[in-house]
Design a protein around this ligand. Structure first.
Ligand SMILES: C[S@@+](CC[C@H](N)C(=O)[O-])C[C@H]1O[C@@H](n2cnc3c(N)ncnc32)[C@H](O)[C@@H]1O
Ligand code: SF4
Length: 455
């Protein structure tokens, strides 16, 4: 492949979706007939493997970079009330679902699911176990903010089968953390990792961010060195998505302290280089994992997936979202729960599923989604073969392949005459832009979303 110049990559950078789904979330529509969701659940075939995503939309302090769906509370009462609502939602789901299913993945995300007191977490897990058939080998993961972690909670997670932890670290540099309103000294993260391991929870992911205020190649290198002391199995090095037009609190961050596009590119480069030197393998655009990790195995055998939580080896037949704003995924549709608390609460207390939005996945969407997923996961896609595998003529996406020409000229990718597209790994930060060529809905949302930039 041609060598790729940094200048050209920066020149081509633009705002595009993150492609954690296709069609992407701005294309979700109001779900007027609520019985549809019930139908999708009832229609799941006997023996279907299922993933559960449970959202906990509370945190005790706002990080100014936060792009997640969360609300700040110092009181426990709203969190406790919410725990009861999601338990009622589990009851409604359990009454609707075909009993012959197998839950293979459970993910508690947020916000900060670690805000749930141990007794409430245990009650929720009891509900999950009594309402659903959970695989004894299921992956049970929880996102943890090391601030506020207690040994009692860790013991409860271990007792309830939690086997994967995602620690929110973001950065270890004090000046950077100060500038985003997150005080988290190194020892909190280090002690958290040790405590989880002491309780037998061995699989630990760390979330880091590049593109935060005051980050420099030197501070990034130091942060990675400290992160390595925790011996994580996986590290996600996400690009900070600065979208102050969507998340007003991001205006609290001093724009002048934010790295520019070129600096962001270099920050990721420093982080990636140090992680690869330490033996981690790069997965997709922003993940790194130890060679024996399930993500590396999935990447090697072509089964790596991308969903709303990022890269995953989860290949369940469907995902069920539980809690405020959670998104579920079925073969023919995405479905999203109400994102405002009064609507969510009213629905649950009325005994109905709180679905509020949906997005049909048409045959053409499924094809484009497969192309985008393979590019995001493998950096290559056999377009002709995917067209045929989805019941379309092999040249169905020929115009899109032609639209890749400008990127091929820059050496960002190669296309062979059989429709095989292969992204130059030196230009992998361009992959979201390359994927956008296959996005038939881009720039067609009723309300134009402004995405974050690719780099
Ligand atoms: C929902 S948070 C859960 C973690 C937990 N609340 C914490 O912060 O420790 C998951 C991750 O999303 C990432 N994140 C949050 N805001 C982001 C943004 N604006 N751009 C990119 N990643 C972001 C952070 O790395 C964070 O750890
Ligand atoms: S980054 Fe995590 S802790 Fe901070 S506000 Fe967002 S969800 Fe809460």
């Amino acid at each position: 492949m041609n060598c790729v110049s940094r200048e050209n990559i920066l020149r081509f950078d633009r705002a595009v979706p993150r492609y954690t789904s296709y069609p992407t979330a701005p294309h979700f529509q109001p779900l007027t007939d609520k019985s549809c969701y019930q139908g999708w659940l009832e229609e799941l075939p006997a023996g279907a493997s299922l993933s559960l995503y449970l959202h906990v939309p509370y945190c005790s302090k706002l990080c100014w970079y936060c792009g997640c769906h969360t609300k700040i509370t110092q009181r426990y009462a709203p969190v406790e009330e919410y725990a009861h609502l999601i338990m009622r939602e589990i009851d409604i789901l359990a009454d609707t679902l075909n009993k012959e299913h197998n839950i293979t993945h459970i993910h508690f995300g947020g916000g900060s699911p670690g805000m749930l007191r141990a007794c409430d977490f245990e009650k929720i897990m009891d509900k999950v176990r009594s309402g659903f058939s959970t695989d004894p080998m299921a992956e049970i993961a929880i996102e943890i903010d090391p601030r506020g972690l207690t040994e009692g909670r860790v013991a409860t997670y271990a007792k309830n089968g939690v086997n994967r932890i995602s620690l929110g670290v973001q950065d270890f540099d004090e000046k950077t953390l100060e500038a985003v309103n997150r005080q988290q000294p190194f020892h909190l993260s280090y002690d958290a990792a040790r405590l989880f391991r002491a309780y037998g929870i061995e699989c630990i992911n760390l979330d880091l961010l590049y593109g935060l205020p005051h980050q420099t190649p030197e501070t990034m290198a130091q942060t990675i060195e400290k992160a390595l002391l925790l011996e994580p199995d996986r590290i996600a090095l996400f690009g900070y998505a600065h979208v102050p037009w969507m998340k007003k609190h991001m205006r609290l961050i001093d724009d002048a302290a934010l790295p520019d596009t070129g600096q962001r590119f270099d920050l990721f480069g420093v982080g990636a280089e140090k992680l690869e030197e330490a033996g981690y393998q790069a997965i997709g655009i922003d993940h790194f994992a130890k060679p024996e990790d399930a993500l590396v195995k999935a990447a090697k055998n072509g089964t790596l997936k991308r969903n709303f939580q990022g890269y995953t080896s989860d290949c369940a037949d469907a995902m069920i979202g539980i809690g405020l704003s959670s998104i579920g995924q079925f073969k023919h549709s995405y479905v999203q729960n109400a994102a405002d608390m009064p609507a969510y609460k009213k629905s649950i207390l009325g005994g109905t599923l709180p679905a509020q939005k949906f997005c049909p996945i048409l045959d053409e969407d499924r094809l484009r989604s497969a192309v985008i997923e393979r590019l995001m996961c493998d950096f290559k896609a056999d377009i002709h073969e995917l067209c045929q595998a989805h019941g379309f003529p092999e040249h169905h996406l020929e115009q899109e392949i032609r639209n890749l020409d400008p990127y091929e000229k820059q050496g960002f990718l190669e296309i062979n005459k059989n429709g095989f597209v292969s992204v130059n790994l030196a230009a992998k930060s361009m992959v979201r832009i390359i994927c956008s060529v296959f996005d038939a809905y881009l720039d067609k949302a009723p309300q134009q979303p402004r995405h974050s930039r690719a780099i």
